[in-house]
Design a protein around this ligand. Structure first.
Ligand code: FAD
Ligand code: UDP
Length: 378
């Protein structure tokens, strides 16, 4: 094989490693079992409207990491899109994440920041001094029980179908709670969407004479030349597929959530007036509806048609796309045993969302790939 490094998976983690190593003069062979590159950030234009649809769920780029921001800007410009989300609860629309606007609308009040803080503190008092140990306790600690039950509990039950007491507090720690009317979804100083779409950005990362990409190639398919047994021990490997699959599930399966997307083209110019509407209540079977035209108000999209996508969450079986690590205590114990196996693999580096069983945003995947290049591969 004519390569100094094999990278399994062409998501942001694999592409960042490949691009950096190729720029340093190494020949990199990338494989992906899908028929397109880019992993879950891949997007394509819906053919009848030209509206860019994120095939694996809406992707919003945001970061506070200057190095990642500078690196991303080498491959794409970003629009000034600022993400805002609304949620529907009992027939009424509220701004998310929870901010002074949500609190005052919910309690039909006109609190200022201090009065709202005092109210939430009082409602969170049931926990005493206890440090929140799971999502349920974290929710009550952050926003008090009434808001938690309205906006978080049922949505989370739809999203995870796991007892919130078995979910780590970290799942909702990334949702800010603000005592101002600022309803931006993300706090990060840098955010935006790639001007000419995700796929153009992802393809530019792979566009290097030292990078070869083979699509439709599964690392565990022994009928093709670049597979696990033929490669490991011969060439250094960066593996970004599921870690349990790599070890043939020797320590059991790690649990994941997958999503089903129901995409529709509608004969209206605007369906919901915003890019993402969450549905907080258990009676609505989907968690949210995305309307892709609103991600790019600067584009010249048709004014009489729109594309929406309903998102449903369920437990992932082996043949499903793994999207969110569930991370129950049993998963964490299994992962510990897989980590010991990973340490024993010579010249195989596990990275990315699937390879480390971690929820990573795009900027985190890029950042940890840059660190892997610095610390292990260079
Ligand atoms: P992936 O993009 O998953 O890439 C892994 C690649 O490995 C895939 O292409 C897969 O086909 C390939 N692969 C797996 N097994 C094999 C095999 N056996 N052989 C060959 N190839 C294999 N991040 C944000 O910053 N903002 C967001 O708004 C956001 N929204 C998201 C919404 C959803 C529904 C999901 C699932 C993720 C979201 N993310 C978001 C996270 C983002 O998708 C990831 O950070 C990014 O894709 C991580 O890249 P990765 O390279 O680790 O993994
Ligand atoms: N969440 C919620 N209600 C909402 C939005 C989020 O309960 O309206 C919780 C839910 O548990 C979710 C987590 O916060 O899994 C993280 O939300 P985020 O929107 O960041 O999730 P993602 O976009 O990754 O699905």
């Amino acid at each position: 094989m004519n390569a100094d490094l094999v990278v399994v998976g062409t998501g942001f983690f694999g592409l960042t490693v490949a691009e950096r190593m190729a720029s340093a003069g190494r020949r990199v062979l990338m494989i992906d079992r899908r028929e397109h590159l880019g992993g879950n950030a891949y997007s394509e234009d819906e053919p009848t409207t030209g509206i860019e649809v994120h095939r694996y769920g809406a992707h919003l780029f945001h970061t506070a990491n200057e190095r990642v921001w500078e690196y991303a800007n080498r491959f794409t410009d970003f629009t000034s899109y600022t993400h805002r989300v609304y949620t529907t609860h009992r027939g009424e629309v509220f701004p998310m994440p929870i901010n002074l606007g949500t609190i005052n609308q919910f309690f039909r009040s006109a609190y200022g920041p201090e009065a709202a803080r005092a109210l939430i503190r009082e409602q969170a008092a049931e926990l005493g001094d206890k440090n929140p140990e799971n999502l349920d306790e974290q929710g009550v600690r952050l926003i008090g029980r009434p808001l938690y039950e309205a906006f978080i509990r049922e949505y989370t039950a739809k999203q995870w179908q796991t007892d919130p007491r078995d979910l780590p507090a970290s799942v909702i720690s990334r949702l800010p709670v603000r005592y101002t009317y600022d309803n931006r979804y993300f706090n990060d100083p840098h955010q935006g969407l790639p001007v000419d779409g995700y796929t153009a950005w992802l393809e530019r990362m792979a566009d290097h004479p030292n990078i070869e990409v083979r699509l439709g190639t599964d690392f565990f398919d022994t009928s093709q030349p670049v597979h696990q047994r033929a490669v490991v021990g011969q060439v250094p490997v960066v593996y970004t597929g599921p870690v349990d699959r790599y070890f043939d599930y020797a320590e059991g399966e790690l649990s994941w959530r997958t999503l089903d997307f129901d995409t529709e083209v509608l004969d209206v110019g605007d369906f919901q007036g915003t890019s993402v509407m969450n549905y907080a209540d258990a009676e609505v079977p989907y968690t949210r509806i995305h309307e892709f035209r609103h991600f790019h108000p600067e584009r010249d999209y048709p004014s009489d048609r729109t594309v929406i996508m309903r998102e449903y969450s369920r437990f992932a079986e082996r043949q499903d796309e793994p999207y969110y690590p569930v991370n129950t205590p049993e998963d964490r114990e299994r992962l510990r045993r897989y980590r010991a196996l990973m340490d024993g693999e010579q010249d195989v580096h596990f990275g990315g969302r699937l390879g480390t069983y971690q929820y990573l945003d795009m900027h985190m995947a890029i950042g940890s790939a840059l660190s892997m290049v610095d610390n292990k591969l260079s």
